[in-house]
Design a protein around this ligand. Sequence first.
Ligand SMILES: [Zn+2]
Length: 388
Amino acid sequence: MSEFVDTSTFGARSVLVDNIGLLYTGDPAREEIPDAALVIQDGQVAWVGPSGEAPDADDRVDVQGAGVIPGFVDSHAHLVFAGDRTAEFNARMSGQAYTAGGIRTTVAATRAASRETLTGRMHDLVAEMRAQGTTTVEIKSGYGLTVEDERRSLEYAREVTEETTFLGAHVVPADMAADDYVRLVTGEMLAACAPYAKWVDVFCERGAFDGDQTREILTSGIKAGLLPRIHANQLTEGPGVQLAVELDAASADHCTHLTDADVEALASGNTVATLLPGAEFSTRSPYPDARRLIDAGAVVAIATDCNPGSSFTSSMPFCVALAVREMRMTPLEAIRAATYGGARALRRDDVGVLRPGARADLVVLDAPSYVHLAYRPGVPLIRTVFSS
Ligand SMILES: [Zn+2]
């Protein structure tokens, strides 16, 4: 079990984290520093550089050659839900295909759950994530699908993160016509949810919402002051990625089925391609072509997509290992995607990076470098997590 160090307990004292084996900074200007050190002050990184050049500090922590990375930025997670989909997973692993409709099972359980049940599960999952090195997490609604159930999902998510996403448009509820539901999502539901949300998201997919509906929902969200992101091109090719780039969405998530034009749009636009390999792993589906995106020049993030249906993992190290082994990313590209990439997908420059002024969210590994996250898959290599 990893140790958590709350940097707010340092008060005004500066702390030198010294004798780092390999420091991965997430800063494109200076990504890797061997034999490094880092100073924390007032909850922020005050200095990074070679160990021999480190300034004096009030306290010193010797990590004895361990690798250090920024805390992971998990930019895509669904943590407000109740119920269990073990049986569905078991059936899928016995040969049934994944469809978007399984979401409705979780919706019924979530609507019936108490505040205590929903927040208890959410806090447990956030703690599980933190123990595995995640210090920033985005949380979506999307298992309520009524005005009040979506609103309270976001209210609960706000307890643990400022990165909250209104995903009323996750799937059309079983008892409603699609047009009526889109009207609700863009009207009364949006008005109730916007005060608790930073982002608006749509599951743009066959069986969920088409291009016109997605555009209408995102545009309404933008008018209400929210920033757009999209579940795009997960199960089939479709309009999601193009729409994401056109609307300057921070991220197009999944990106599993892309045309050449989609790749080109992502490479030339300001939208991050967020890959969620836990979903392909858990549905036995083909992985996104990360190489094609990276080689074209797109910014790539990886995230867990932690949710009870299609990717019930909270582990960024596991996703890093999948990215390397299954999506042919190099270990450097994978760690970059899990830190710097995730921060870009949330339009943040104070996390996912260790440079002066950034938050002092960092992870000391039980290994000399981040490469071991893929080299030693499934091994608990998160020794200490510094955050506040
Ligand atoms: Zn998702």
